[in-house]
Design a protein. Sequence first.
Length: 74
Amino acid sequence: MTATVPKPDAHSALLLRVDDVAELLDISPRQVWRMADAGSFPRPIRIGAKLKRWPRSAVENWLAEQTAAANRRR
């Protein structure tokens, strides 16, 4: 019997594609890029010549900061 390693999903991957980030934030992939270009969201890291990914930790930290800021405004 051969053990199989489950494929990581968007909720457990260490590096996220723009589609994964957009799904987590419930926005469009284009909006993710707009926010990153405007400096209001972390920029992705470059892996190779064209591949770009967001570290899951960077997205989670950004979400925590946004939540804390929203709670302070209340």
